[in-house]
Design a protein around this ligand. Structure first.
Ligand code: GLN
Ligand code: ZN
Length: 755
């Protein structure tokens, strides 16, 4: 019999129960016992689902109250020093949870641990902070407790742990760690903790344990074969231990890592054959895994498309001689996809036919396992019985337009600076787009969506909001205004709802971090713009002021990064379709008299491939798509772009190549250093370094913003410096936004007066 496994399953619950349970605990409406009970129910639901579907290796310890990396930091006592008093003072369950959530979310006095993206997904983890003084020890029993809970329900499970290499390579040196010290230096100490834990799990009855090492798909991880071999030789050498499954995902690991793993005494190696199909060749090159089991990730854990069963079976067939046994699995944890297609009765049936969410993917894994056990004949029969996934509909007009496009688009207009000269003062002040989304604004949108108010009333309410936002900006004295984005629930979903080729779901929630979930749209077909999307609101705003109003669009890369995207053509081709729709929108905005247009590419760096060798190709299509969207404008129109981060090391060249007139970026938390970094890396265009941090409720003083501007002016000429907050204001309240913007304008005027 072929065995089957699923790397992990969504933990938020079919109705986002985890979010509700956490938020009511944080608000003090419920206690620790309620939260623990809700968590136990959620775990039980997952185990019963997996077992009921017929998965042979049901995973445990994939649940988390907030984040699985934080769980491992707590488990091994890798707690940042500032939280030590809270952890030590925790006398009961409530105290423990309080300390745990303090690390995740901060307190009035303590900054939370840094949060960052989990590889190239939209899930975020908390970054452990380690130093030579860190003393790893087994300080918790979460994996054991979950294993025991499942066992009590009669479900033997395979506990899942973040592997030691991944845990250390994702950690960062604490502020007091000596220069050059690496968290990996804690490996041997940490291995003793894993050894201890594995012994406990074995004693409790666990037959196998999955150690996740996705870091092996990155350049950094691939380079650590010595540490890898040391780690798994140590753990594999334990006398009393469960079988060890070293799981890798998010890309191929390469022959070097395969060789190293082969030399260790682990029982199984997991490979992601969806994002790293070249692993099949790599396996052949190292003459297979010998007597180890290959856990073959053939069902895509990160995207929502139904598995191509014949193709997956062909891949599985090609593996048969390359390992002692093949276990069928998902490519990675199903954490990254919505839970159940059954919760989407309103999706177009033709699209539904093409989709599989977590629950459906589990069935696919089991189906493939069954087909493979049956040998050739049964597999062929099952594959044939399953209709092939229908292909997306083709929009011939979009295809023809794209085919007719020649070389990468160049912006017309020799003298752009000249054409736009003198329109704004030096150090022009502006904002990133959104203004606070007040309860009234949210209610108006919800009422309209639910049909409680009609189009006319909705338009009236939105216009009234735009009037208020414009009047406020004039009063504050900003130079380039915005309409405030009151009509947008989300910068991607808003456009997805207005473009052909996208669908949105009713319940397709995916965890982004902690209790925050997102509902990514599904980009399933050729993209086209049936009608203008933003022109009405932007031109209305412009009609209310003599100051220029900046139009606000979401760029092609960001539209892709925050959606589930069709996998039947290269991402670059899909990006060009989105770009073409945006190009038309920009032309309409221009025709309506809008002279500043911002195309947000908040996710440009996010989609950057994990491996260096893939980056140039990615950046080429990403930049090409942005230019296709924006290059149709006249010389006097200013193209802005915005990015929500400040580490540009690898992509300065690409940002320059976007050919935007102004790029606004997060900079407040990095103290303007990046202005100098960008300049010395060759960035020559306009720059709007965020002069204050909108992620904090603090109102910055005029003096500190002035100081930030002066710092920036040491690195760029005043003609290139723009003044803005570091991101949109929609999550803030007016009580913070108004004084902050007044101080920003006052600071810009003071500095301007001296130029
Ligand atoms: N224009 C968007 C806003 O202001 C940009 C948001 C973002 O970059 N994440 O909300
Ligand atoms: Zn931003």
């Amino acid at each position: 019999m072929t065995t089957t496994a699923v790397h992990g399953y969504p933990r938020i619950g079919p109705d986002r129960e985890l979010k509700r349970a956490c938020e009511s605990y944080w608000a003090g409406r419920t206690g620790a016992a309620d939260l623990d009970a809700a968590a136990a129910r959620l775990r039980r639901g997952v185990w019963e689902t997996l077992r009921g579907a017929g998965v042979t290796a049901v995973c445990s310890n994939t649940f988390s109250y907030y984040d699985h990396v934080l769980d491992h930091a707590v488990l091994f006592d890798l707690v940042p020093e500032r939280f030590r008093p809270l952890v030590d003072a925790a006398e009961d369950r409530d105290g423990q949870l309080r300390a745990y959530f303090a690390m995740a979310r901060g307190t009035d006095h303590l900054a939370p641990m840094e949060m960052t993206k989990w590889f190239d997904t939209n899930y975020h983890y908390l970054v452990p902070e380690l130093s030579p003084a860190t003393r790893p020890r087994l300080a918790g029993r979460k994996p054991l407790a979950e294993y025991t809970q499942a066992r009590g329900l009669g479900i033997p499970t395979r506990p899942v742990l973040v592997g030691p290499l991944t845990l250390l390579l994702l950690a960062k040196p604490a502020a007091d760690a000596p220069e050059g010290w690496r968290p990996l230096e804690l490996l041997d100490d940490l291995l003793e903790c894993y050894a201890h834990l594995l012994g406990q799990l074995r004693a409790a009855g666990a037959e196998s344990v999955q150690l996740d090492e996705p870091v092996l798909a990155t350049d950094e991880g691939r380079a650590e074969t010595t540490a890898l071999e040391r780690a798994y030789t140590r753990l594999g050498g334990l006398a009393e231990r469960p079988g060890l499954v070293v799981s890798t995902y998010f890309g191929a690991v390469g022959p070097g890592v395969l060789e190293a793993l082969k030399r260790t005494p682990v029982e199984a190696v997991g490979l992601d054959l969806v994002s790293g199909p070249e692993s099949v060749e790599d396996l052949a090159r190292v003459s297979g895994l010998g007597d180890k089991t290959l856990v073959a990730g053939v069902v895509d854990g990160r995207n929502v498309w139904r598995c191509d069963v014949p193709r997956a079976l062909a891949v599985l067939g090609s593996l048969l001689g390359l390992a002692r046994e093949v276990e069928v699995s998902t490519s990675c944890s199903l954490l990254h996809v919505p839970i159940d297609l059954a919760a989407e009765p309103d999706l177009d049936p033709a699209l539904r036919e093409r989709l599989a969410f977590a629950r459906q993917k589990v069935d696919e894994v089991v189906l493939l396992g069954t087909a493979l056990s049956g040998g050739g004949a049964e597999a062929a029969a099952m594959a044939a019985a399953r209709a092939p996934r229908p292909a997306p509909a083709v929009d011939a007009r979009v295809r023809a337009r794209l085919d007719a496009l020649g070389e990468p688009a160049e912006r017309a207009g020799e003298d752009r600076r000249g054409a736009a000269a003198g329109r704004e003062p030096l150090l022009p002040t502006t904002t990133i787009g959104s203004f606070p989304q007040t309860p009234e604004v949210r209610r108006a949108r919800a009422d309209h969506r639910a049909g409680r108010i009609g189009d006319a009333e909705y338009t009236r309410l939105m216009r009234a909001e735009i009037d208020r936002v414009i009047a406020l900006q004039e009063d504050i004295g900003l130079d380039v205004l915005v309409h405030g984005e009151p009509e947008r629930n989300d910068m991607v979903q808003y456009f997805a709802e207005r473009l052909d080729g996208f669908a949105t779901t009713a319940n397709g929630w995916v965890q982004s971090y902690g209790s925050r979930c997102v509902r990514p749209p599904i980009l399933h077909g050729d993209v086209a713009r049936p009608a203008p999307m933003t022109v009405e609101w932007t031109t209305y705003a412009q009609s209310r002021t003599a100051k220029p109003v900046k139009g606000m669009l979401t760029g092609p890369v960001t539209m892709l990064a925050w959606s589930f995207v069709r996998d039947d053509q290269p991402l670059g081709d899909t990006a060009r379709q989105v770009a073409l729709a945006l190009r038309d929108e920009i032309a309409d905005l221009e025709r309506a008299g809008i002279r500043h247009i911002q195309v947000d590419e908040a996710a440009l760096r996010e989609l950057l491939p994990l491996r260096e060798e893939r980056r140039a190709d990615y950046l080429a299509w990403a930049v090409g798509a942005f230019r296709l969207a924006t290059s149709g404008v006249a010389a006097g129109t200013r193209i802005h772009t915005h990015m929500c981060y400040s580490e540009f090391g690898r992509i300065v060249g690409a940002i320059e190549a976007l050919d935007a007139d102004v790029t606004s970026v997060e900079a407040a938390r990095s103290h303007m250093e990046l202005v100098g970094d960008l300049a010395s890396a060759g960035y020559r265009r306009g720059i709007g370094p965020g002069v204050y941090d909108i992620h904090s409720p603090r109102v910055p003083s005029v003096e500190e913003i002035e100081a930030a501007l002066r710092t920036a002016l040491r690195a760029v000429a005043p003609e290139r410096l723009w003044v803005n907050p570091d991101c949109g204001l929609k999550t803030r309240s007016y009580a913070e936004v108004e004084p902050s913007l007044r101080n920003m304008v006052a600071a810009a005027r003071r500095v301007r007066a001296e130029l």
